[in-house]
Ligand binder design. Structure first.
Ligand SMILES: NC(=O)c1ccc[n+]([C@@H]2O[C@H](COP(=O)([O-])OP(=O)(O)OC[C@H]3O[C@@H](n4cnc5c(N)ncnc54)[C@H](OP(=O)(O)O)[C@@H]3O)[C@@H](O)[C@H]2O)c1
Length: 358
């Protein structure tokens, strides 16, 4: 595995280019400010009536519409939510792509699953800090940075990796170390990690522990301390010293009790569920999986979503619902579209005698 640090990279491939950061949320703000402060030529593309327009201007950026930024830029770095990227790309970015330009992402979802298929001649790269945006900015201002990933899906100009590394350096990521990986590996491990461990797994573990204590008559305050608040302290120890260091630092009762009971909680059944979740990420995508899931699960997911994410998701589910009952031909067309995108991007191959449409 190749890890790049500051001394392995330079700004040669990016210093004369205009970089349009599309979106000014968690990642957009942090990445654009870091690159600007490192001396790169950054512009910000946003919705003129959107909430982040004034914020980006107040931070000293040159702000313009997404279309104008896409037209002006050599590198278009898409940092809006994953679920809206394909539509924004299709309508507001694709018309301005020309040979030699570069499309950048911080997560591989839309490229890997074929929702965005850039034209020939356009580089496709990823520069992905392994951290929320606020930390990307804070650590940069402190003179360091967070670790990150770079990937090249398409190298049409011969220097796509240098472009990605130049951006990573400007964001402070090479100060901590940047791993070169692929869109596939980043997307599938990222989905698996957040579903099985970081977001899905941990929240259920906390809730199950909390409920067990409260149902048995213990006070919710004590249950909260034991199952949630102290988790932070344990994760900090693991982060600093590794699993072995954590076991060494906790009390002997915690060490003996934890080691002797842990496999009653995370056991072969949990590992089997994890392998299934990974398979889904490898074969499928979240939206497709959700389409087939129960109303109860959909409700649970929707109730945890932000208003904007819920609206986008409802639209997608509404479309699928309508397709299911009324419009079988539209569903077939959509499936053919997806297969075609996967063929175009080389993700699957059809045998000579395969027919696209029956
Ligand atoms: N958040 C993280 O910690 C993190 C970490 C690593 C990678 N990533 C990746 O980074 C990318 C950006 O994620 P994020 O969390 O930074 O996004 P975010 O904070 O939710 O993005 C908000 C920005 O997107 C704009 N936006 C939203 N919907 C839009 C639409 N339909 N058309 C145009 N602009 C729209 C908003 O503009 P308005 O102000 O106009 O609403 C705002 O500027 C994603 O690919 C994500 O997977 C995120």
């Amino acid at each position: 595995m190749k890890v790049y640090y500051d001394e392995d990279t330079n700004f040669d491939a990016v210093k004369d280019k205009t970089i349009a950061v599309i979106g000014y949320g968690s990642q957009g703000r942090a990445q654009s400010l870091n690159m600007k402060d490192s001396g790169l030529n950054v512009i910000v593309g946003l919705r003129p009536n959107g909430a982040s327009w004034e914020k980006a201007k107040a931070d000293g950026h040159t702000v313009m519409s997404i279309e104008e930024a896409a037209e002006k830029a050599d590198i278009i770095h898409i940092l809006i939510p994953d679920e809206v990227q394909a539509e924004v790309y299709e309508k507001q970015i694709k018309p301005y792509l020309k040979e030699g330009k570069t499309l950048g992402f911080s997560h591989g979802y839309n490229i890997h699953y074929g929702y965005i298929v850039p034209p020939k001649g356009v580089n496709v790269i990823m520069v992905a800090p392994k951290s929320p945006g606020a930390m990307v900015r804070k650590t940069y201002e402190e003179g360091f940075g967070v670790p990150g990933l770079v990937c090249v899906e398409k190298d049409e100009t011969g220097d796509a990796l240098d472009i990605a590394l130049g951006m990573a350096k400007a964001e402070g990521l090479t100060r901590a170390g940047v791993i070169k990986t692929t869109f596939r590996e980043e997307t599938e491990t990222d989905l698996f990690g957040e579903q099985a461990v970081l977001c899905g797994g941990v929240t259920e573990l906390i809730k199950a522990g909390f409920d067990t204590l409260v149902e048995a008559g213990y006070s919710p305050e004590m249950a909260y301390f034991e199952t949630c608040n102290e988790l932070k302290l344990i994760v900090d120890l693991i982060y600093q010293k590794g699993l072995a260091g954590m076991w060494h630092d906790v009390s002997n009762t915690a060490e003996y009790g934890g080691l002797s009971r842990s496999e009653r909680i995370i056991n072969q059944e949990s590992r089997k569920a994890m392998r299934e979740i990974l398979k889904e990420a490898e074969q499928n995508d979240l939206l497709l999986a959700l389409k087939g899931s129960s109303e109860e699960l959909k409700e649970k997911i929707m109730s945890n979503m932000s208003t904007r994410a819920r609206a986008a998701f409802e639209e997608e589910l509404g479309f699928i619902g309508a397709v299911k009952v009324k419009d079988v031909e539209a569903a077939q067309r959509k499936i053919v579209d997806v297969v075609q995108r996967l063929v175009d991007t080389g993700k699957i191959q059809l045998a000579d005698n395969d027919e696209m449409i029956d």
